[in-house]
Design a protein around this ligand. Structure first.
Ligand SMILES: C[S@@+](CC[C@H](N)C(=O)[O-])C[C@H]1O[C@@H](n2cnc3c(N)ncnc32)[C@H](O)[C@@H]1O
Length: 339
């Protein structure tokens, strides 16, 4: 199918960064185009005027992405669903189109409109024979406002708008648990997930959200932090709490997982993670990189390159639960298969 470009969702404020990343990624595969990116809008549209865009690549600063097939402006108040259905190419949708709004100040109030419009739109799509296509594909419809719609196609994974529906577990000691959970969902393939019986080190562990999640998954955890852990973790025999400095701590032997939520300069965290991965002290790592105000894309590129240089495969994204940071998953390539 001809794609006119990409529909990309992001954290509000990161539109210029995502636009630069998308344009560079397109050029790398010989596709030339331009981005429409309005500050604080929480989305970016990449246009390929030749209509030759491939499926969107993985972009660190994109929460969600779809191939752009059509844009509708000035949709009529009455007959909006029919107007969309009539203009879409046939055979592209799935039985469950996703109606999305930007995750911005202006966009969030549209959640109500999207919920109400879902029924009429599904009916109109069915009448037009659009919803009989490949069930592996999503028809993603982004509404920047109720009369403006960007229609796109994407594979069926992910969440609408890239916003995960994760419930805060009642007994978890901090909301940070949601960040690690989202990272495991988004960045770590099924066959590489943390496994019961594996060993983990959690740097900057207190009060213990990440340690709690790893314990839920059945791992034993060495938690490094000068601060106190939540009482139930402090008493858990599967948790060893050491009041050490994350930058000086040396593990006894190899661990399966290194996780790190220490707030520090990205260069410092990159060096620390590289040392563990290169030295064979950790098989896999999940960590945050705080973003500088200026030139965040360059900082991310340099950091990920340094991690790749250790011989690790790297997958990174600015998650929904990330603020001024990204989350990185790195795994030593020789250790992809469990022994
Ligand atoms: C954002 S919090 C971690 C939250 C944790 N991941 C959770 O889920 O509850 C950052 C932690 O890093 C710790 N920290 C900062 N610098 C550190 C260092 N050099 N060594 C060890 N811990 C450090 C702080 O004490 C703080 O508890």
């Amino acid at each position: 199918m001809e794609l006119q470009g990409w529909i990309l969702h992001c954290r509000a404020g990161y539109e210029p960064t995502l636009a630069a990343e998308a344009t560079a990624a397109a050029q790398q595969v010989g596709v030339y185009g331009y981005c429409r990116a309005q500050e604080q809008s929480a989305y970016v549209i990449f246009h390929a005027p030749a209509g030759d865009a491939p499926a969107p690549p993985h972009l660190v600063f994109a929460r969600a992405a779809a191939g752009l097939v059509e844009e509708f402006r000035g949709l009529p108040e009455g007959g909006r669903a029919e107007a969309i259905a009539a203009a879409l190419p046939p055979g592209l949708g799935s039985a469950t189109p996703w109606l999305e709004h930007p995750d911005s100040e202006e966009g969030r109030p549209l959640a109500r409109f999207c919920r109400r419009f879902a029924g009429p739109l599904r009916q109109a799509l069915e009448c037009a024979g659009i919803t009989t296509g490949d069930p592996q594909q999503r028809l993603r419809l982004l509404f920047p406002d109720s009369r403006h719609c960007l229609a796109g196609v994407a594979t069926s994974d992910g969440w609408p708008g890239g916003i995960p529906r994760l419930r805060m577990p009642r007994s978890a000691p901090s909301r940070s648990v949601l960040k690690l959970e989202e990272a495991l969902h988004r960045l770590v393939p099924t066959h590489e997930q943390p496994y019961p019986g594996e060993r983990a080190v959690d740097l900057g562990a207190a009060p213990g959200g990440w340690t709690w999640l790893l314990r839920e998954r059945g791992l034993s955890v060495t938690a490094i932090d000068n601060g106190p852990l939540a009482p139930e973790l402090a008493e858990d025999p599967g948790v060893e709490h050491l009041r050490s400095d994350a930058f000086r701590f040396q593990p006894r032997g190899e661990v399966d997982w290194l996780v790190c939520d220490v707030v520090d300069r990205p260069q410092g965290i990159t060096r620390l993670m590289s040392r563990w991965l290169r030295g064979g002290q950790a098989r896999a790592a999940v960590f945050n990189l705080k973003l500088p105000m200026r030139r965040p894309l360059e900082t991310v590129r340099t950091a990920l390159e340094a991690i790749r240089d250790t011989g690790a495969g790297v997958h990174a994204a600015q998650l929904y639960h990330d603020r001024e940071e990204i989350t990185v998953y790195a795994r030593r390539l020789a250790s992809r298969n469990r022994s």
